[in-house]
Design a protein around this ligand. Sequence first.
Ligand code: CAA
Length: 387
Amino acid sequence: MMHYGWPETDESKKMLLEQVRSLARDKIRPIAAKSDATGEFPHATVKTLAEMGLMGMMVPEQWGGAGMDAVSYAMCMEEIAAECASTAVIMSVNNSLVCAPILAFGTDEQKKRFLTPLAKGEKLGCFALSEPGHGSDPGGLECLATPVDGGFKIRGTKNWITNGKEADYCIVFATADRTKGHRGICAFIVDTKAKGFQVSKLEDKLGICASSTAQLFFDDVFVPQDCLLGKVGEGFKIAMSTLDGGRIGIAAQALGIARSALDASKKFAAEREQFGAPIMKLQAIQFFIADMATRLQGARLLTWAAARNKDLGLRYTKEAAMAKLSASEASMWIATKAIQVHGGYGYTKEYSVERNFRDAKITEIYEGTSEIQRIVIAAQEFAELNS
Ligand code: CAA
């Protein structure tokens, strides 16, 4: 079995990793290419992940979760993504963008009612922040939360919502007062069976095809007061701090995609003969492999470092942004080189690197583009200068 670094010296992490690797190899690998081709949501796989505690990994057992740390989460996410990036993002959104904010900001009643079934994987969640006119800049979002008797009425459109079609619960961000800018934004937990909740469009995408990406329309959806997450006006900070954790998950997803592309390239280079010898004997190929492996391990260490900061209760906004920036750009670069190593074969759907290439691209876009990560990193660097 391959080893990638110090966390694997911890016996419990090693055992967990072995279990998740077997699951990924035996249950996910055989169906990943077909799920990508058909775009079918992997319901059975998600059920298996839930049985293993992988849908609410960092939620304490008291609330139905597995009570594990963020380093374990990153390691497991890489394993799942190495076989199927779609399954990985379904898992990542439920863990980081849905369970995490309810755990951090929810009342005990909300934890009992929503978090427990979500963490057990009995229910699935989605996170609705982006809008057609507000992707990188959610501070100016337009979805309205109008106070009414007993709660709020939500009206507006949300875009690019992973798990949007299948979710049972949706964390929705809407403004109760646009004149207050980001300080008017509130977070809500919405039951997707509520009257007025609509999946208005499903995106036809380049990659992560087995996960759904939906546009949602909230047609005056009534949300009771007890489904407000945190306080009125706290929504933007809830969204931002949630995304800090989410970016560790997406970084780890990018690592998995990159690892799959690198492994396939090594295997191919060892078998493929040109000029009378396997192409792994050519220095051009050796240099590709060396650079791919080095970029991957660098990004992995940044991802584990961000996760470790989170586990130690240290600030990790900058570290998570660095991890996501580095891992997603490494992933895209590695997947591109993987196709180059495979030559004409890599450009066909017969080889998994073609799927890696398509799947890697989204990691540079969702949960904050690479440019947004650079903005976050630079802001933190300058803040440190002045502190
Ligand atoms: N944690 C807590 N609070 C934070 C924070 C963080 N990481 N980052 C900012 N804040 C707070 C600030 O302290 C500030 O607080 P005050 O009101 O007290 O001043 C407030 O939030 C506003 O901060 P900024 O002025 O920095 O906000 P901004 O509007 O300039 O935006 C940004 C900054 C980094 C560009 C931010 O808008 C951002 O991250 N954009 C990208 C959004 C994103 O990642 N979207 C992805 C959506 S999810 C998804 O992809 C869908 C899916 O299903 C996978």
